[in-house]
Design a protein around this ligand. Structure first.
Ligand code: 5GP
Ligand code: ZN
Length: 116
């Protein structure tokens, strides 16, 4: 495990159970434990990266894989046509509460804009 104090590293390692919806060599997607929409999935890299501020060019392919996985998850659930939202929260004022980057995928209802 890359950060023994990180809850998403524990989920990636299988030490904390999750409802997985996609897994490959680079990323894991699982249902958010407190869903804010009918579909609320989190896409996480298996590699520990704390915030968007910590990304380098070395992670460009990884972030691309996360975004494409989000689109795949949405499409599999029929949200590609009606629409869905993807969100990275970065640091506390944006509401980041788990410091292992994750892409929220929200769908299945109308989503207000701007966010609070
Ligand atoms: P953030 O607030 O950092 O953008 O999003 C963190 C998300 O992780 C929250 O929506 C929260 O509900 C979710 N979360 C926190 N702990 C767990 C957990 O143990 N399992 C799952 N599936 N989701 C979690
Ligand atoms: Zn982590």
């Amino acid at each position: 495990m890359q950060d023994p104090n990180c809850i998403f590293c524990k989920i990636v390692a299988g030490d904390i159970p999750s409802q997985k919806v996609h897994e490959d060599g680079e990323v894991l997607a699982f249902r958010d434990i407190r869903p804010l929409a009918p579909v609320h999935v989190l896409i996480v890299p298996k590699k520990h990266v704390a915030t968007l501020n910590d990304l380098t060019a070395a992670e460009d392919d990884l972030v691309g894989a996360m975004v494409r996985t989000a689109a795949k998850v949405a499409k599999e659930r029929g949200h590609d046509g009606p629409g869905y939202r993807t969100v990275f929260n970065c640091n506390r004022e944006a509401g980041q509460s788990v410091f292992h980057i994750h892409l929220h995928v929200l769908g299945g209802r109308s989503l207000g804009w701007p966010p609070g």
